[in-house]
Ligand binder design. Structure first.
Ligand SMILES: [Zn+2]
Length: 333
């Protein structure tokens, strides 16, 4: 049984969520788990904390150990919303933001003034994507969700229990676009904005299909993916297949966990218990750095009852995954 990581450099966790009042706990987590920086995304807007006030509190507690990606305000959808979101992003980057976060509600729930869903590739959002490129900040974009959340909710749905506990995560109804449609919308945005860097959260939201993600990475040089909350899916492929994916795309995959500290807007994945928080990171190191078979993935058993096979990445690939790729894409890391 592994205790601690085998790597000898500090790690960037490029996808976490916590509010300013949990910043001290975040600092403790970083110290205990060999992390140099965290990229905190969308927390202030989701919790209704004014940007300047939140950033001041973050800076006071964490200095430069945390960078922040704000998310746009989709409640203001009167004409010109894309331009206004672009201006807002520019203002926030000037005031210390380092990227843009897009939650899955884009494509699934956000509606325009005519009560129609705003597709991910809605041209009215083009000014926002273009502005991110112009400012040189990446867009961390979450589009769609696990495939099971779009499939019939019957006894064959392997995440039935999770969906019964969180009915609002189910997107199988006729009011929602399907998984493929959503990813196609996202891909059109990536294609249309070659000068903007997009990081597809959750392994581009198709860890179930590594061949698909592989093809997207081949096709779009401005596309990257993170590993957040998907070790359970990545590890269901054979270790050989998953390892080959991470080695082939070693410059394009970014380590992130989707750690949520003390906040249940989604669900409190690791809670506030240090033992649990440390176990959560330990499970990541074990997956990427050993060749153990049939081990528990970090969120086990929330996402399902299966086990995963660890993929034992070479040191130089680990270093890119854990720190170099994020440093290259996100100024200020
Ligand atoms: Zn997240």
């Amino acid at each position: 049984m592994m205790t601690g990581s085998t790597h000898n450099f500090l790690v960037v966790d490029a996808h976490v969520h916590f509010s300013p009042d949990k910043a001290d706990l975040a600092a403790e987590v970083m110290e205990a788990n060999h992390l140099s920086r965290m990229v905190n995304v969308g927390a202030l807007e989701a919790l209704g904390i004014p940007f300047e006030e939140g950033m001041r509190a973050f800076r006071k507690a964490l200095g430069d150990r945390m960078v922040y990606f704000p998310t746009p305000d989709f409640s203001d959808i009167s004409p010109g919303f894309g331009e206004r979101m672009a201006e807002d992003l520019e203002r926030k980057v000037e005031a210390g933001a380092h990227g843009l976060k897009i939650f899955k509600e884009l494509g699934l729930r956000h509606k325009d003034a005519d009560d129609n869903l705003i597709p991910v590739d809605d041209p009215r959002l083009d000014p926002l994507w273009a502005k991110a490129g112009e400012l040189g900040v990446p867009v961390l974009i979450h589009t769609a969700d696990p495939v099971a959340f779009f499939q019939p909710l019957d006894e064959n749905n392997e995440r039935r229990e999770e969906l019964q506990a969180h009915p609002d995560w189910y997107f199988g109804g006729p009011e929602f676009p399907d998984h493929d449609t959503l990813l196609a919308q996202r891909n059109r945005v990536i294609e249309r904005h070659p000068d903007t860097t997009f990081i597809g959260a959750h392994l581009g939201n198709y860890p179930e299909n590594l061949a698909y993600v592989d093809a997207c990475l081949d096709r779009y040089p401005n596309f990257y993916v993170d590993t957040a909350a998907r070790i359970g899916e990545i590890g269901r492929h054979s270790a050989e297949e998953a390892r080959a994916f991470f080695i082939k795309h070693q410059d394009r995959v970014i380590f992130g966990t989707d750690l949520v500290i003390g906040w249940d807007v989604f669900y409190d994945r690791a809670g506030e218990d240090m033992t649990e928080l440390n176990r959560f990171y330990e499970a990541h190191w074990r997956f990427f750095e050993t060749d153990e078979q049939q081990i528990e993935y970090p969120e086990f058993p929330v996402q399902g009852q299966w086990k995963v096979d660890a993929i034992n990445l070479p040191d130089e690939v680990l270093e890119k995954l854990y720190v170099r790729n994020a440093q290259r894409l996100i100024l200020g890391l």
